[in-house]
Structure formats: structure tokens, C-alpha cells
Write a protein that binds this ligand. Sequence first.
Ligand code: SAH
Ligand code: DHB
Ligand code: MG
Length: 222
Amino acid sequence: MNEELWNRVDEFLSNKLGTSDPVLEAALRASADAGLPAIQVSANQGRLLQLLAQTQGARRILEMGTLGGYSTIWLARALPPEGCLISLELEASYAEVARKNLARANLEKLVTIRVGPAADALAQLFSEKTAPFDFVFIDADKAGYPNYFAWAMKLSRPGTLIVADNVVRKGALLDSDSNDANVQGMRRMLDIIAADRRASATAIQTVGSKGYDGFVLARVMA
Ligand code: SAH
Ligand code: DHB
Ligand code: MG
């Protein structure tokens, strides 16, 4: 492993391809100043999320795990003017930072943050009979992923794309005996996806400024 090299290449690609801008940088700075953990997606990963949502032609996006709204900005920028993004965040203080970051990005009209446990908000959305989402990004507590994926399927339509972050965790994913609830959450989510004939899924391993990790991508087929 050569994390130093991955970092340099990530930065090179980000600079070369222009995957950041002053609004995104300001969001990172405000989040750091407010003491939030710097665990948001990288700039290159943010652009990937945006491209995927654009490719979906997404009008309705659901996100679990807002933090300071960095990935939220990327995803909301993929929306048309009448689109909407609902982002779920446990911590009220993080949501406040995110709201300011989204306002600075002129995205506050497109984004609603619901504060509280994602599991409650998901059940609530379902009982509200909310319209299906076109794109779902799962990035909240990893132990909750199996539940979040099941809800994502219920809140989807054929053609919806579901993306989940942090599924590889430096290869810890392979440890079936792991005592880490995060690892067990990932493994159980993969079991659920594998058993669900409505989902066509793959995973990509990633290296870069977030170390060695990966995304699961699942398309709802029927
Ligand atoms: N998507 C963000 C990063 C999210 S980090 C980005 O890339 O910019 C994970 C977030 O999930 C944290 O903000 C954490 O507070 C939140 N979280 C943890 N447990 C949660 C839960 N049960 N429900 C909703 N959010 C939760
Ligand atoms: C961490 C990274 C993430 O992308 C995330 O969603 C949560 C935690 C981490 O590195 O701890
Ligand atoms: Mg993540």
C-alpha cells in the first residue's frame, strides 16, 4: 500500500479535472471550523456521484448521512431546478453546518435535511407515500446499512440507482469473524443485495485521499 502516492494522484487528478471550486472549498473549511470530522467523500468521488446522478436524469435524490453537506452539494448540483434532495442526518449540529453550506451554494431550495435517526426518517417517508427516488446515496452509520438498503429498495422504482459508500474499509470486508459492527453491517448488506433478484449490483474498490475503500452500486431492475 502506498497512501502517499494515492493522495498525490488524487490531488493531481482533482486539479487536472477541476473537481473543486470555491463553494466546495468553503464548505470544507466551514465544516472543519465547526469541528466536524473530515470524513466526507473526496472531490473526485463527489464528481463521480454527480455524474451518476446526472446520468440517471435524477429529479429526486435521497441521501443518508449529511455531515456538513459536502456530498449533498455535489448531488444537488445534478438536479434540475424543480428537483429535490432529501438528506438524513442524526446530529442536529451537523445539519446546521450543512444548511449554511447549502445556502452558500445556492441550493437550499432544492435540499431538505431531516434531523434524527435515518431509520425513523425512512419509515416516515414510506408512510408518507413519498414519490420514488431516482438516486439513493447510503453513507450514514455502517451498522445500519442492511436496513437502509432495504428501505432504499422500498423507496425506489425500476431504474433507480442505489450507491453505498465505505464498503471495503481497507479490506476489512473479508473478515467474516469481525467484531466490528461496521464490517458486519457491510457484509449483511451485501448478503441482502445478493439475495434480491430485483437488484443488479457491482462494487468498485477505490484508493485516494480516503485511503482504500469502495462503493457498491445497485440498479433496481423490477
Ligand atoms: N455524506 C457525507 C458524509 C457522511 S459521514 C459526505 O460525504 O459529505 C456519516 C454521517 O452519518 C455523519 O454525519 C453521522 O452523524 C451520520 N449518522 C450516523 N448515524 C446516523 C443515523 N443513525 N441516522 C442518520 N445519520 C447518521
Ligand atoms: C469514515 C469515512 C466515511 O466515508 C464515512 O462515511 C464514515 C466514516 C471514516 O473514515 O471513519
Ligand atoms: Mg462515507
